[in-house]
Design a protein around this ligand. Structure first.
Ligand code: FAD
Length: 403
C-alpha cells in the first residue's frame, strides 16, 4: 500500500504502522472472543429515528440507481442478492422479547459498580449550535433507552458488502465531511495551529471510518458470478489500497480507540460482572490493555488551553452531528454499523478529551453499557481492518508476482 511501515502513524501518535500490526497480531484473538461474548454482542438501534437534517421520506434505496456503482446489472441477479435484502437486519432471537425486558440480561454488572448509569448533560444542545460547558457527550447517549430502540445481535448481522451506494450514500458522506468546518469565532491568529490540528484529527477520524467500512465491504464481498462471499482485491485497491493516506487514517483510528481503552483499563479492572463466565471476558479485556501503552496517541496535544476550548466545543458538537447523520442512512445494516462505530468513536473522544477535566472514575463508571459495547466493537472493526489490509497486501504481491 506504498506505506513505509517504520514510519510514524501521525504527529499525535508516537507509534509506527509496524508496531500497530504487531499489537494487533497479539490481541486479535482475545478481541474476537470479547465481541462474541453475551455481553458485547448486542447493540440497540432505533430504526424509527427520523433523519434530523433533511427531508428523507424515500425509504430504503430500492432504486437500482442507488447501487449501480459496484454491480451494474442488479436486475439480472436473484432476489436474495438485491441490496434491500443484503442490507436488511436479521432480528431473529431478539424480536419476541418485550421491549421492556429484552436487554435486562445485559445487566450482568453488579449494582453501582459497573457502567450502567448515565452522566446527563445539563445544557441542552441543538443540531448546529455549540454545546454548553457541562456537556461531555460526543453522541446522544439517551437514544439507547428509547422505547422504539430494538436489540440487535451484531454477530448475526456482520458488516459486509450490501450494495448500498450511489447518490444516497454520497450525500451522507459529503454531509459528514462538511461537519469538518470549524469556525474561529475569536479570530485570534495564535489559535490557528490548534485549529488546524483539531481539523486534521477530525478529518482523519472520519476518513479512517470511511476507509475502514470500504475495507470491510471489499473483504466480505459478494461475487455475483460464483455466489460466494470473499475478498475483492480490485475493489479494495480502488477504494483504499491506492490511497496511502486512507490506509494511514485507519491506523490513526486504531491509535485513538486503543488509547481510550488503555486509559480506562485501570477502572475496567474493577468491573464486577457477578458471574464466572464474564470474569473470563474481563481477563480478556485486561490482556488487551496489557499490550497497549500510553504513547499510542497523545491527546494532550489537542485543546491544550482556554483559547482552544471553543474548538473542543465545536469538535464535540460536530462529532455529535456525525452520529446523528447515521439516522439518514437508508440501508439498515449500514446504519447499524455506522451507529455502532460512530458511538464507539464518540466514546473514545469522551474518554480522551473529557476524562482529565472531570472526575476520571465518574466518567468511566457512568458510561452506559451501550457505549462500552460500541467501544469494543469499534475496536474490533478497526482491528479487523488492519488485519484485512495486511491480507490484501499479500494478495496484491501474489498477483504481481504471478504476472
Ligand atoms: P463513497 O465511498 O461513497 O465515497 C464518496 C467520495 O468520498 C469518493 O468519491 C471519494 O472522493 C471520497 N472518499 C472515499 N473514501 C474516502 C476516504 N476514506 N477518505 C476521504 N475521502 C474518501 N456499503 C456496504 O456495502 N456495506 C456497508 O456496511 C456500508 N456501510 C455504510 C455506512 C455508512 C454510514 C455509509 C454512509 C455508507 C455505507 N456503505 C456501505 C456504502 C459505502 O460506504 C459507499 O458509499 C458505497 O460503496 C459507494 O462507494 P463509492 O465508491 O461510490 O464512494
Amino acid at each position: 500500500c506504498r506505506i513505509d511501515k517504520d514510519e510514524n502513524v501521525g504527529a499525535t501518535c508516537d507509534i509506527t504502522f509496524k508496531e500497530i500490526n504487531e499489537i494487533n497480531g497479539k490481541i486479535r484473538p482475545e478481541l474476537l472472543n470479547i465481541v462474541h461474548s453475551d455481553f458485547f454482542k448486542y447493540f440497540k438501534l432505533d430504526l424509527y429515528s427520523q433523519c434530523p437534517f433533511w427531508n428523507d421520506n424515500n425509504g430504503y434505496c430500492v432504486n437500482r440507481a442507488c447501487a449501480v456503482d459496484v454491480i451494474e446489472d442488479w436486475d439480472k441477479l436473484p432476489s436474495y442478492w438485491q441490496p434491500e435484502v443484503l442490507g436488511k437486519l436479521d432480528k431473529s432471537g431478539s424480536e419476541e422479547a418485550s421491549l421492556d425486558t429484552q436487554d435486562e440480561f445485559l445487566n450482568h454488572l453488579c449494582d453501582n459498580k459497573g457502567p450502567n448509569k448515565n452522566i446527563r448533560a445539563t445544557t441542552n444542545t441543538n443540531n448546529y449550535g455549540l454545546v454548553g460547558k457541562q456537556d461531555i457527550e460526543y453522541c446522544d447517549v439517551d437514544e439507547f433507552s428509547k422505547k422504539t430502540a430494538a436489540l440487535v445481535d451484531l454477530t448475526a448481522n456482520p458488516e459486509r458488502f450490501t450494495g448500498y451506494g450511489g447518490e444516497q450514500s454520497s450525500l451522507i458522506w459529503s454531509s459528514i465531511y462538511k461537519e469538518n468546518c470549524f469556525i474561529d469565532n475569536k479570530k485570534k491568529n495564535d489559535t490557528s495551529d490548534n485549529q488546524c490540528l483539531a481539523k486534521k484529527v477530525f478529518f482523519r477520524l472520519i476518513s479512517g471510518l470511511h476507509a475502514s467500512i470500504a475495507v470491510h465491504l471489499s473483504n466480505d464481498y459478494l461475487n455475483t458470478e460464483t455466489g460466494k462471499w470473499g475478498p475483492n482485491l480490485e475493489l479494495f485497491m480502488a477504494r483504499v489500497g491506492n490511497f496511502p493516506e486512507r490506509v494511514a487514517n485507519i491506523y490513526f483510528n486504531y491509535a485513538i480507540v486503543s488509547k481510550a481503552i488503555y486509559k480506562i483499563s485501570p477502572f475496567l479492572e474493577n468491573l464486577d460482572f457477578c458471574n464466572d463466565y464474564d470474569e473470563k471476558t474481563k481477563e480478556r479485556i485486561m490482556h488487551i490493555a496489557s499490550n497497549l501503552n500510553t504513547k499510542i496517541f497523545n491527546e494532550d496535544l489537542l485543546f491544550q488551553d482556554d483559547l482552544t476550548s471553543e474548538f473542543k466545543d465545536q469538535f464535540r458538537s460536530r462529532f455529535k452531528n456525525v452520529t446523528r447523520i447515521m439516522d439518514c442512512v437508508h440501508c439498515d445494516r449500514c446504519r447499524l454499523w455506522g451507529k455502532v462505530q460512530t458511538t464507539g468513536y464518540a466514546t473514545s473522544l469522551k474518554i480522551l478529551f473529557e476524562m482529565d477535566d472531570q472526575d476520571a472514575s465518574s466518567v468511566v463508571n457512568n458510561l452506559t453499557k451501550y457505549e462500552l459495547i460500541a467501544l469494543f466493537n469499534t475496536f474490533d472493526r478497526i482491528s479487523q481492518s488492519v488485519q484485512s489490509i495486511n491480507n490484501f497486501e499479500k494478495l496484491y504481491y501474489k498477483k504481481i508476482n504471478s504476472n
